[in-house]
Design a binder for this molecule. Structure first.
Ligand code: FAD
Length: 412
């Protein structure tokens, strides 16, 4: 350990980003001492996240597969997830339909896993890292000292070279550091639920655009011989709130009407969760001894399923920059190192934000010409392989710089 600090890296957060950051950095720097800080005062919030985790799922792209493969977790994830082998994009009331099936021999577009499974796998991986310890954190704003930050934890003061802030969209620590955000309320909410289907899903992911908002239906692994799918249904907030408490047969019937018959008969719709949708972008992602990651740095529209995939590419790049800095004798909190990381991530973050916002915005418009245009667009997409592949590759996280996790080989 470096003199003057108890740990090299402290990570504040109890979600997927914090766990993944701990696993990625523990591998990138076996000599780094890492503390994972999840605050007891967030027990309520964590319990709520756990409840969400029951129905929340994650579509992991090809770039995420590389990150998890480097951590030795991919085979376990693949065994507990469903492959997306076909993507169908359609519009309610429109005649266009785009199919993005991969060419024979291509890898799937992505894998869909329940958040609870992913958390379990990551928590076990982190527990097996000898250089990661856990402590309870707090919302008290850390105090900058000459060569470290002083962080209040349940076990007393902790001195860290670098603090990763991974405490979510409303990040109390980000606020404590006085870092502002550009927030935009999308004016709608997402209804999330697990569905049971009468027919096998055959690995098809559906993106469907309705006058109320977009909906995504993603394949899940079968359970008890039953075909299942994960629903993200974006709706005006009042309608989403009413549907969330409606009796199951009623909300299921509404869903079937809105979604149509493309996935066959929907047999069951589990208890839904309601999530208000907003974009939230931090004005600064790095400062001396500080980096914001995950939702604390950028919270995106969920319908394109890009937020966590983007975060994984961020974390892989952060590990590379910290490693390169260490080779040059710089400690993990060095502003030059962190600024280099932030610069390197600008383009991918911007493109991913644009992609996540433009897709639902295009289909939200009721203007007749735009409506005609997008029907033609969907049909053209179906007919024009290069366009289809460009969209599919972007969705799979392929049209961005490779996400490589540094490890032993990278340090040679
Ligand atoms: C409906 C929906 C569907 C999505 N689908 C996809 C998808 O298919 N693919 C994809 O890539 N992305 C998807 N996303 C985005 C993805 O969910 C997020 O990128 C990811 O959950 C961000 O995790 P996080 O850990 O940064 O934040 P959070 O999940 O918000 O976790 C933050 C954690 O920090 C804790 N915390 C708060 N304050 C403190 C503190 N002071 N100290 C310690 N801990 C603290 C909180 O209790 C919480 O546990 C989706 C998002 C939504 C809303």
């Amino acid at each position: 350990m470096t003199a003057g600090a108890d740990v090299d890296i402290a990570i504040a957060g109890g979600g997927l980003t914090a766990l993944t950051a701990a696993a990625v950095l523990a591998r990138a720097g076996p000599e780094w001492r890492i503390a994972l800080l999840a605050d007891d005062s967030h027990a309520g919030a964590d319990a709520r996240s756990d409840a969400f985790a029951e129905v929340r799922t994650m579509a992991l792209s090809a770039s995420s597969r590389e990150v998890f493969a480097a951590l030795g977790l991919w085979s376990a994830i693949a065994a507990r997830s469903a492959a997306i082998t076909d993507i169908q994009v359609s519009e309610r009331g429109g005649w266009g339909l785009a199919r993005l099936g991969p060419a024979p021999g291509d890898a799937p577009f992505g894998q869909v896993i329940e958040n609870a499974e992913l958390v379990r796998l990551l928590a076990a991986a982190v527990a097996a890292c000898p250089n990661v310890g856990r402590a309870s954190g707090s919302n008290a704003t850390p105090v900058p000292r000459r060569d470290h930050l002083e962080i209040q934890t349940g076990a007393g003061l902790l001195r860290a070279r670098l603090l990763l802030v991974a405490d979510g969209t409303d990040s109390p620590l980000r606020a404590g550091f006085g870092i502002g955000v550009t927030a935009r309320d999308y004016g709608n909410a997402a209804l999330i639920a697990t569905l049971t289907l009468a027919e096998p899903h055959r690995g098809i992911a559906y993106e469907r655009f309705t006058p109320d908002g977009p909906m995504a239906l993603l394949p899940l692994p079968d359970r008890d011989g039953q075909s299942r799918a994960s629903l993200v249904w974006v709706l005006p907030p009042e309608r989403a709130a009413a549907l969330a408490v409606a009796p199951e047969p009623e909300r299921r019937a509404e869903l079937q009407t809105a979604f149509g018959q493309r996935a066959g008969v929907i047999l069951g719709m589990g208890t839904p969760q309601l999530i208000p949708l907003r974009r939230c972008l931090a004005h600064e992602q790095v400062r001396s001894r500080l980096a914001l990651v995950g939702n604390a740095a950028h919270s995106l529209h969920p319908v394109a399923g890009q937020g966590f995939n983007l975060t994984l590419r961020d974390l892989a790049a952060l590990a590379q920059h910290l490693r390169a800095g260490a080779r040059g004798g710089r400690d993990p909190g060095d502003l030059g190192v962190l600024a280099g990381y932030a610069r390197a991530r600008e383009r991918d973050q911007w493109r991913t934000l644009q992609f996540s916002e433009r897709l639902p915005a295009l289909f939200a418009s009721r203007a007749p010409l735009l409506a005609l245009g997008r029907n033609l667009g969907l049909a053209a997409l179906g007919l024009c392989p290069p366009l289809r592949h460009a969209l599919a590759d972007f969705g799979a996280g392929l049209a961005v710089p490779a996400a490589r996790v540094v490890g032993d080989d990278a340090r040679r």
